[in-house]
Design a protein. Structure first.
Length: 351
């Protein structure tokens, strides 16, 4: 069957590629989704909002919304104290207040995260920077620091829906109020991810002389992820079956490797379509040599491996990706080294 490529084929390919890239996935990196927060910049000059105020405010909005927070602006009017402003909007519960001072081209910032219902400071940070093109990076770092310090308190508010009292009817002097209680969907953060991958595996280096023909790999692994300010950290387990159908000098021997071990991983946050994972694993491996017309030889050998994964996050609960694993098996007479490229599907259960 011969497939001819023409303009129509290329146009169809472009449409499919565009559809893939314009998917609207629900990302797991927005860990504080649904949490509302007030943002205010205290004017350096009373009663006057300057371009600096607007710039700082817009950067704060951009950075905080990356975490899934729902932002709302605080208006500072003349002679309005911070306590008065926060108390009037105490129903939201959280507020970020930034005050600053400029000396020549240097800006000194003080940013505080408040529980507006109690007027307690949950986290604070101070910094300074020159007013130049890298000014936004300074605020990015401060926001990350604030989020890290207040993580426990923010976690308690994740996906919390507050329903205020509602007045339904007013008949003469009677006011009937209907109250819906707070609903807590979840107060935990983290999540389990299951990986199922398959691919080819081959010997590399000196091991390529022994493993002359590429083999087949099937692997099942899992990670439990913990969100941090630098991404996801995970601990997990892995188990695989690797078949090398032709090994040895006469290529009549088959080798089976069954590595089973623990792993540690780091992942970029999945708030984009593409994310990356670095993983290291180690443990024992069952090695089985299969001979023609003879009993198999089995032994246990330790192994260590490292993997690089590239994930395409199509949904909050699912990703597809490619994985490359470099493994070292410590056999008595030397080491076996293998390289295993594979494709995988992962399924997540985020809290």
């Amino acid at each position: 069957m011969i497939i001819k490529f023409n303009i129509s084929n290329l146009r169809l390919l472009a449409v499919l590629l565009f559809s893939l890239l314009t998917l609207n996935p629900v990302f797991a990196g927005n860990v504080y989704n649904g949490v509302q927060i007030l943002i205010g910049v205290v004017p350096e000059m009373q009663g006057m909002e300057t371009k600096t105020d607007t710039l700082i405010y817009n950067i704060l909005v951009f950075e905080l919304e990356k975490y899934g927070l729902i932002t709302e602006k605080i208006q500072f009017e003349s002679n309005n104290s911070l306590e008065l402003v926060l108390s009037s909007d105490s129903g939201i519960g959280l507020a970020v207040i930034c005050s600053y001072t400029t000396i020549d081209t240097r800006v000194f910032l003080n940013i505080e995260l408040y529980d507006s219902r109690t007027m307690l400071v949950l986290a604070s940070a101070t910094t300074s920077a020159d007013f130049d093109l890298s000014f936004d990076k300074v605020i990015t770092k401060v926001v990350s620091e604030l989020i890290g310090l207040a993580d426990e308190e923010l976690t308690k508010r994740v996906v919390r829906f507050d329903f205020e009292d509602k007045s339904t009817e007013v008949e003469e002097d009677n006011i009937h109020e209907k109250t819906v209680p707070e609903i807590f969907v979840s107060e935990a953060k983290g999540g389990l991810e299951l990986f199922l991958n398959t691919g080819t595996t081959m010997g590399v280096g000196e091991s390529s002389n022994f493993m002359q023909v590429p083999g087949f790999c099937l692997e099942l692994s899992t990670n439990y992820w913990f969100f941090t300010s630098i991404g996801f950290l995970g601990i997990g387990a892995q188990a695989a079956a690797n078949l090398y159908p032709s090994t040895g000098q006469d290529t009549s021997t088959s080798l089976l490797l069954f590595p089973v071990g623990l792993s540690m991983a780091w992942s970029t946050t999945t708030d984009k379509l593409v994310s990356g994972i670095v993983q290291i694993g180690a443990g024992p491996s069952l090695a089985v040599l299969l001979f023609e017309g003879a009993e198999p030889l089995t032994k246990i050998v330790p192994y260590i491996n490292s993997s690089l994964l590239l994930s395409f996050n199509f949904r909050k609960w699912m990703s597809l990706g490619i994985k490359t694993t470099y493994s070292i098996y410590f056999e008595d007479t030397g080491v076996l080294t293998t390289l295993t490229p594979s494709i995988y599907a992962s399924f997540r259960s985020w809290n």
